[in-house]
Structures are given as structure tokens and as C-alpha cells.
Design a protein. Structure first.
Length: 164
């Protein structure tokens, strides 16, 4: 018994838990996104919807096959930092949007309160460090707009730059 199919948001994972009497050899396929394809309870972290086929072999050499599907939703499961502290202490030195790597070609615009664009990217990669034209911006609140390549969803919010 491979277990139940489930749905996860992209960037998340599901713990699988197969069961079977006297199974000595577990084999999940495909192995993509699995922490270990040869155990009954791997962690599955696929980035696209995947049906996993499980073959179990018992002590007598008898085989049984079952499958389950992990449906992956691109649900924009983002954690967007609201602060950048560009002081080279390796903490919040750049503006971090967790899970942005799962949404390629995400457009980002960051504006100051006058509406002047201080940063733009057509494929954001968590690298903006609070600069404009090579110089650090002053402590202030700035405003971002995120536009996704394959969705009409738009995220807007504020990010504050603080120099400590």
C-alpha cells in the first residue's frame, strides 16, 4: 500500500508512508524529488505533479505494486521579506522572496515613495541589496510589485531599508 495521494504547494514536501507485510525491498519510481527511493517513508518534494509507482518485494520474492500521485499546485506560496539591512552581516543583506526560484521570469519593480523606479528585474533572483545606480539607497520604505510569467496574480507591498 503506497499510501494516499496528496496535494502540496510548489516548494513544499509530503512525507510518504507505505505499508506492507514482510516487505524487504522498497522501490519508488520515478526517483525525482524523493529523499530516498528505497525506503517505505521517503520525503517527496516534486516541483511538478508526479505519480510515484511503488514496487514492494517480500521475504518470499513476491512483488506487489501500488501508486500514488502528488499534485503540485503553483499556489504562489511566497514569503516576502519586508526589510533589507545592507550592512554585510549576511543577514537580510538582500531582499529575499522565499520560493521565487519556482517562478522563473517573475518581474519585479521597486519604487521609492515618489514613484521613481529604483530597481527592476524581469527574472528576480533574491539579489537586490538596496542599491540604485550602484549606490546604497537611504533608510526609507520602498514599494514593490511582483508580476508572474504564467499567472495574472500581482503582489504589491512595502520593503524597508535600514542601515544598522
Amino acid at each position: 500500500e503506497a499510501g494516499n495521494s496528496t496535494t502540496i504547494g510548489i516548494g513544499n514536501s509530503a512525507d510518504l508512508s507505505a505499508t506492507g507485510p514482510a516487505i524487504i525491498d522498497w522501490n519508488w519510481f520515478p526517483t525525482t524529488g524523493l529523499s530516498d527511493p528505497n525506503v517505505p517513508d521517503p520525503t517527496a518534494s516534486p516541483v511538478v505533479t508526479t505519480t510515484y509507482l511503488l514496487t514492494g518485494t517480500d521475504v518470499n520474492g513476491c512483488m506487489a505494486v501500488d501508486s500514488l500521485t502528488i499534485t503540485v499546485e503553483t499556489d504562489m506560496n511566497l514569503m516576502i521579506a519586508n526589510t533589507v539591512t545592507p550592512n554585510d552581516d549576511n543577514k537580510n543583506d538582500t531582499w529575499i522572496v522565499d520560493n521565487i526560484e519556482f517562478y522563473p521570469n517573475t518581474e519585479v519593480s521597486i519604487m521609492n515613495r515618489e514613484g521613481e523606479i529604483v530597481y527592476e528585474s524581469d527574472s528576480y533572483d533574491n539579489s537586490w541589496g538596496g542599491t540604485y545606480k550602484g549606490k546604497l539607497l537611504p533608510d526609507a520604505t520602498y514599494y514593490y510589485v511582483l508580476k508572474f510569467a504564467d499567472s495574472d496574480k500581482v503582489y504589491k507591498g512595502a520593503v524597508t531599508i535600514l542601515h544598522h
